[in-house]
Design a binder for this molecule. Sequence first.
Ligand code: SF4
Length: 63
Amino acid sequence: MVEHPVVELSDCILCGVCEAVCPEVFQLNDAGYVEVAEMEDYPEDKVNEAIKNCPADCIHWEA
Ligand code: SF4
């Protein structure tokens, strides 16, 4: 199975940085949490950039 990014919603402070860095994967939805798009192939560098810049350190890869 492909690795996919996961947001630890309980730690997320909804700052919007992940969406700013990589909007094709991360989206703040109307319900007030970050949704991770389902993709065959994630843009690894941009996801890693979002992981690096997330102030709550709550994005990680999962297999
Ligand atoms: S960057 Fe981190 S804390 Fe900010 S909205 Fe995204 S997942 Fe939440």
